[in-house]
Design a protein around this ligand. Sequence first.
Ligand SMILES: Nc1nc2c(c(=O)[nH]1)N[C@H]1C(S)=C(S)[C@@H](COP(=O)(O)OP(=O)(O)OC[C@H]3O[C@@H](n4cnc5c(=O)[nH]c(N)nc54)[C@H](O)[C@@H]3O)O[C@H]1N2
Ligand SMILES: Nc1nc2c(c(=O)[nH]1)N[C@H]1C(S)=C(S)[C@@H](COP(=O)(O)OP(=O)(O)OC[C@H]3O[C@@H](n4cnc5c(=O)[nH]c(N)nc54)[C@H](O)[C@@H]3O)O[C@H]1N2
Ligand code: SF4
Ligand SMILES: [Mo]
Length: 714
Amino acid sequence: MKKTVYSLCFMCSVRCPIQVQVENGQVQWVQGNPHVAGIDGSLCPKGAAGMALLYDEQRLQTPLIRDGERGSGKWRSAAWDEALDYVAERLKTITATHGGRSLALFERTNLSTHVSKTFLKALGSPNHFTHDALCKGSVNTACRSLFGYTDAEMGIQYDKTRHIVLYGRNIFEAVAVKEVNNLMTALGNGAKMTYIDPRVTVTATKAGRYWMIRPGTDLALNYALMHVILKERLYDAAFVQRWVSGLKDLQDFVRPCTPEWAEAETGIAADQIVALAREVSRDKPSVIFHFGYRGAHHADEIYLRRSILILNVLMGSIEAPGGLFFKKGPGAAGGKGARKLTEQKLPKVEAARADGVGGKDFPLPDAAHGVPQALIDAILTEQPYAVKALIINRFDALKSIPDTNRTKEAFKKLDLIVSIDVNFSDSAWYADVVLPESTYFERTDCIQQANGLKPQMFLRPAAIPPVHNTRESAIILRQLAERLGIEQYFPYTSMEDLVAWQLEGTGFTLADFQARGFVAYCKDQIFWDRNDGLKIKTPSGKIELRSSLLEEAGYPSFPPYVPVERPQGDRFRLVVGRVAAHTHVSTQNNPYLSELFPENKLWINDQRAKALGIKDGQNVRVASGVGEGTLKAFVTELIHPDTVFMVHGFGHEAKIAMRCYAKGASDSVLQASITDKVGGSPALHDTFVTVQPAKATAPVEAPSRGRKRKERVN
Ligand SMILES: Nc1nc2c(c(=O)[nH]1)N[C@H]1C(S)=C(S)[C@@H](COP(=O)(O)OP(=O)(O)OC[C@H]3O[C@@H](n4cnc5c(=O)[nH]c(N)nc54)[C@H](O)[C@@H]3O)O[C@H]1N2
Ligand SMILES: Nc1nc2c(c(=O)[nH]1)N[C@H]1C(S)=C(S)[C@@H](COP(=O)(O)OP(=O)(O)OC[C@H]3O[C@@H](n4cnc5c(=O)[nH]c(N)nc54)[C@H](O)[C@@H]3O)O[C@H]1N2
Ligand code: SF4
Ligand SMILES: [Mo]
């Protein structure tokens, strides 16, 4: 029997709409959903490798309970009832001793996040964490400081842009299919693209203008761009006059930031900076200064992200075609959104968050997401209180939080670690219980509310029944809830029940999704009137260049620029990023993708490599103050001399994931845990490392290892 199912990819969390062909209960073919504009049948390489995950014999297949030391790889298979009873009993004991707040849950935001938030609240815990801060928490805070909206409530209209400026937004390798297709449409129509990155990426090769900036100095560049734009009155005066407060303060602040000053810091010629300012202003307001996707780089990240957003504001690109827009929800089209379990009347949680977010020392990061790296401190110090149980769902804490050795120490303080995953992640490897989730082909998920210029809802229905003994995370949590006496907050027994409950009152039913995979609330794009209709949510109702959010919390809106270090000798700034063939830390063991890109290498500048005696392809030892690793060198003139680069996600420890075990090196082992205390992101690019030919460093067994390593780090 053949059938076509419209669903959502989940090889990464972009969730592109897909069309799945099924024959006799087997998935035969996957492609992008041809009914969705901007997708038009296309998939990225990872999406195309989805079937390889589904039928991979090395993925998780049944619940496992640890049967040896943590990390020893000794497991016994368990029936679902046994595994769930085991977790529930342990949770009861831990919460009876330490309170509900001693349970924390980490997850990559997903369609069932409202289920896990409900689970924690019902148990009295405030400690729900998403990946948000690790990815772009400071972007989130920067958006709130200017507009009163989070970054997730803002969007970018690529297809109509006239000029896009990308700061390390490596859009043609760190892919979201619709964005790429829409940007290609704009480029095909003659739009310009400026790309700024210390490394020549695929995106750099497609740009009309490419600048190899000295890493960490983009903020100086932006202050100089603002200097020129304000001095030459290149900004959208009518827009700024109507919607912006604090222009005078900005003018005073950037007056000394001349293009010549920025040239000395960034390495970008002053006349080129002036040329870009003039060029974009000719295309305003259909101009995009991309505010970033991943904005977790530096300890002052929030100020870089604010500066990028301010450049958009000066161009008047807010709510303009081909610029930035505020996402419209169902309400804007007279409709109603899908319900979430968190909208029920739930017990009030009295405890403060363990990561301190929302408290006086950490007031601004988004408490709806938390700051995962700060939870690691809380677990280690048991301050402000003991956290003793951790559920990790669709997230790999050991590889996705900087300083893996520190996270491992924190794990030792925990009485229970549960991993819900599809793969043997490193966190699963170090867990006590592993609960396997059904893959996206095998499960129905909660509704995706897709807000934007045209609000829509998408559905991920199961294309086939589970191949192995796996379940959906929302069902796993419901079944734990039954055992913990909180089942009243989970009014469903199957995913179809839950989706039907979500759809109540929306006017749509499950059947409405069958024909195309989505439903739309309206036909036309909704833009607010730029003369009078913007609904800015700051206290003043204006776009606040001088931010009341920041200043009331005791932080300046315009702190002085701090010049960045110029590392010499064997010392480099470590920067990391993605590659088109992999998702973060989750696809390295995929049968197809592991062949396409089997290991990461260290990009190192050819001149600096020569001085250190490092040759292309040779193993190099990389060490920071917190960890070390060995990988092959990629010697190239395509990277700035101050920097070395590695693709994130390699150096896996779980031995059952045999195709990727010990391949390449892990960036999170090397990265120190440094945080932007204002915005909330970790500073993933503020770690300096030393690089040596591998054989020149002391072998692991050598007695002098400790002393030598210390010398190298200093
Ligand atoms: N050191 C370092 N840390 C980083 C980054 C970095 O570049 N370097 N990048 C940051 C960024 S931008 C982000 S977004 C985060 C991402 O951090 P993570 O969310 O941890 O990374 P992913 O690789 O997306 O997925 C993590 C886990 O989800 C599992 N998974 C995949 N599909 C499913 C599923 O259907 N169900 C379940 N239950 N599990 C599933 C995977 O097997 C994997 O173990 O990491 C951040 N942390
Ligand atoms: N294939 C693939 N696509 C993905 C993902 C994935 O895992 N795989 N993940 C998705 C997610 S969650 C995210 S957050 C996005 C991330 O999307 P991006 O942020 O576009 O991706 P990264 O690869 O992290 O890009 C980091 C780039 O910044 C550059 N860089 C480093 N230092 C500096 C600097 O000082 N200045 C400038 N201007 N550039 C610098 C690096 O050299 C690198 O090329 O990708 C999304 N798309
Ligand atoms: S970007 Fe690729 S992997 Fe991610 S959801 Fe889309 S098709 Fe799937
Ligand atoms: Mo991300």
